[in-house]
Design a protein around this ligand. Structure first.
Ligand SMILES: Nc1nc2c(c(=O)[nH]1)N[C@H]1C(S)=C(S)[C@@H](COP(=O)(O)O)O[C@H]1N2
Ligand SMILES: [Mo]
Length: 411
């Protein structure tokens, strides 16, 4: 009965705002997104009551929008050491194209001496590499900002670390011969703009040449030993690990080398940019005071157990998760069960390769019965830590790397 009442409440919220987006916003409030004005964890009742909208092959992902399709993975479903294809979040800005891999070509042009048009077969003749690489959306954690930022209200799950096979971007760029004037890449996919206008591109981003030339920036066709799934860019995508996911362009058709910062859709204006100086929440920030996000900040997740656990007193609880830090690595993960008063160091494994997330685990013995929160805090290789509260408000709600926490009731 209690459940039904809560279900009605959430339905009302849905009907009131009348859109999928509003519904998911309501749901996000039930998750332990950390905000200074939020004094504790809210219940899961509303979330449990929401109708699940399923994506084929993506069981358990939370759909934030269906046009374009966006879905995040609840933290407890990110427990795998390597994220399986069916648990990798999906972030689309437009409509996925219908792909024919046999006809596929990749063009490399712009500031190069020998422009290339490569078939998939030709591309695969470059030396192949297989690495586990994390991709996190720049807007992961957006739901925590107040005043809220428009856009998908990601909570924790716009992150994944899959194993990709492909070739190094740098090998392909070298074979095209970079001119001295080359400073930035511009990647083009072949997804369709939401308007249906074939002359419009939903997103085209790039990075400084130095990041494109990193050994771990890849052009890939395989994800976890399988051809890239349609939703993740079949037949080819870029993986620019450690930088906002938006630089990992899917359905890759063309790489244009620029003699200036790239200016494709979502590269300019306020997209994937944050203020160059701290601003108060809700501030208007002049466009010229914004800077492009590069490496993502240090962050971690508790992927086991699932929040709102009931646990037996005197039984040790194993807790585990992942941590990552953009271009950096993780030096330590600490866990607190008393709201940050005391911290214990977790056991941390090195990454399987640079830009893979790192796994951590610890065992907790609760001192008495009662309500606990388990907090996890990662520290990166230069000593930067995750903040307890939502950091640096910014107009588009990027880079929220506040600590993740779960609740445990010891009975
Ligand atoms: N062509 C194309 N590439 C794209 C996007 C897109 O909409 N179109 N979205 C980007 C964004 S914002 C992110 S966070 C990642 C998400 O990758 P995923 O859907 O494989 O998780 O893809 C990026 N690459
Ligand atoms: Mo993104």
């Amino acid at each position: 009965m209690g459940n039904r009442k809560k279900l009605n409440t959430s339905r009302r919220a849905f009907l009131k705002y009348g859109s999928l987006t509003a519904m998911t916003v309501a749901m996000d409030l039930t998750l332990p997104v950390i905000h200074p004005s939020q004094s504790g964890l809210m219940t899961s009742a509303n979330a449990d009551a929401l109708d699940e909208i399923a994506i084929q092959g993506k069981n358990g992902l939370r759909v934030l929008n269906n046009r374009p399709l966006n879905a995040e993975t609840p933290p407890h479903l990110l427990d795998d050491v390597i994220t399986p294809n069916d648990r990798h979040f999906v972030r689309n800005n437009g409509l996925p194209p219908q792909m024919d891999a046999t006809e596929w070509t990749l063009t490399v042009d712009g500031e190069v001496h020998n422009p290339l048009v490569l078939t998939l077969e030709q591309l695969k003749r470059f030396k192949q590499y297989t690495c586990s690489l994390q991709i996190e959306c720049g807007g992961n954690g957006r739901a925590g900002f107040e005043p809220p930022a428009k856009g998908n209200q990601w909570t924790y799950g716009a992150i994944g670390c899959a194993t990709y096979t492909g070739v190094r971007m740098k090998d392909v760029l070298r074979s095209a011969g970079l001119k001295n004037s080359a400073v930035y890449t511009g990647y083009y996919g072949s997804d369709l703009h939401l308007s249906g206008d074939p002359n419009k591109v939903p997103i085209s981003r790039g990075t400084p040449i130095s990041k494109a030339m990193d050994d771990h920036t890849l052009i890939v066709w395989e994800m976890n030993g399988r051809p890239l799934p349609a939703l993740h860019g079949f037949p080819l995508r870029v993986v620019t690990p450690g930088w906002p996911g938006s630089t990992s362009i899917k359905w890759l058709k063309r790489i244009t080398i620029r003699d200036q910062e790239h200016d494709g859709p979502k590269m300019t204006g306020y997209s994937y940019r944050v203020p160059q100086y701290p601003v108060p929440p809700g501030a208007h920030v002049p466009r010229e005071d914004m800077k492009i996000i590069e490496s993502m900040p240090v962050k971690s997740l508790i992927t086991f157990p699932k929040s709102r656990l009931n646990w037996k007193y005197k039984k040790s609880l194993s807790v585990r998760g992942h941590a990552w830090a953009g271009d950096r690595s993780i030096k330590a993960v600490h866990v607190s069960i008393d709201f940050g008063v005391n911290w214990r160091k977790a056991v941390l494994t090195p990454p399987v390769n640079p830009f893979a997330w790192q796994n951590w685990k610890t065992v907790i013995d609760f001192p008495m019965k009662g309500y606990y929160e388990v907090w996890a805090r990662a520290t990166d290789s230069i000593g930067e830590m995750q903040p307890m509260v939502v950091p640096g408000w910014n107009p588009k709600g990027y880079l929220n790397n506040a600590m993740h926490r779960i609740s445990v009731t010891v009975l």
